[in-house]
Write a protein that binds this ligand. Structure first.
Ligand code: IPE
Ligand code: IPE
Ligand code: MG
Length: 246
């Protein structure tokens, strides 16, 4: 079996995005409530964050709560938000130890106040860290981001700040909340689901997709290494032919 040592550090994805899925099923398998799965997912978050920072991956985006997740039962939402507050508080030392800067994307104003405050504090505390940026997607969906960006662009056009000819790929890209980060080269989804669930639609236009059956609470550094090794075997052609790369 291939391991961490087989990873070519000269050919790492700069940015990895992960749809952390399967917490509920993991708990169910054990005869527990869904929140037990969410709680046990925190270890996997620590593992991949450390795992990416150790290797030299510069950006890691984790899909933690989607716009659609607001449709879940209230008890689960409340428990998830409480867990988020607790985790951010508890994990800031891990972030500092590993030189990780925390950032967040999503409709932050919809988050409970204690959650927003905790997040703000951790972002402030870690802002000088340079080894890696960990981006939490919270109350996020790609369509939410695209709609907001469109509004912003239309407003600028109405105000006469931009003309129709200025609307191009760059402008759209720079108006999305993800504009500060390179697009992910690798996107991973756990739990055996083969869908994107409204995550980074624009940004993954040319990402390599990797799906695994591992449920999120069981996800460990070795699983991350396996995904990166698989990524390194792929030929990214961007519309060209194989021969053009020889
Ligand atoms: C992912 O696990 C975590 C969140 C979406 C918050 P799920 O809660 O979706 O777990 P499953 O998919 O029901 O197993
Ligand atoms: C996607 O997982 C959102 C997050 C991981 C935060 P879901 O479990 O909510 O996705 P669907 O609804 O099953 O596609
Ligand atoms: Mg799910």
């Amino acid at each position: 079996m291939k391991t961490k040592e087989d990873i070519n550090l000269g050919h790492l994805p700069q940015h990895i995005a992960i749809i952390m899925d399967g917490n509920g099923r993991w708990a169910k398998e054990k005869g527990k409530f869904r929140i037990f799965g969410h709680k046990n997912g925190v270890k996997a978050v620590r593992e991949v964050s450390e795992g990416c920072a150790e290797l030299g991956v510069k950006y890691l985006t984790l899909y933690a709560f989607s716009t659609e997740n607001w449709n879940r039962p209230k008890v689960e939402i409340n428990a998830l938000m409480a867990l988020l507050v607790k985790t951010i508080k508890k994990e800031t030392s891990t972030l500092m130890k590993n030189g990780i800067r925390l950032e967040a994307i999503g409709d932050k104003k919809t988050l409970p106040e204690d959650c927003r405050n905790e997040l703000k504090e951790a972002i402030e505390l870690t802002k000088e860290n340079t080894k890696m940026t960990l981006i939490l997607a919270l109350s996020y969906s790609a369509k939410w981001d695209i709609v907001n960006a469109t509004r912003d662009i239309v407003k600028r056009a109405i105000d006469g700040k931009i003309a129709l000819k200025d609307v191009n790929e760059n402008l759209i890209n720079n108006t999305l909340t993800t504009h500060k980060y390179p697009h992910p080269e690798l996107m991973i989804r756990t739990s055996g689901e083969y869908r994107i669930s409204n995550f980074l639609l624009w940004e993954i236009a040319y990402s390599e997709l990797y799906f695994t059956n591992v449920l999120w609470p069981d996800y460990r550094k070795e699983d991350l290494h396996e995904a990166i090794l698989d990524y390194q075997k792929r030929e990214r052609r961007f519309g060209k032919t194989s021969e053009q790369f020889i």
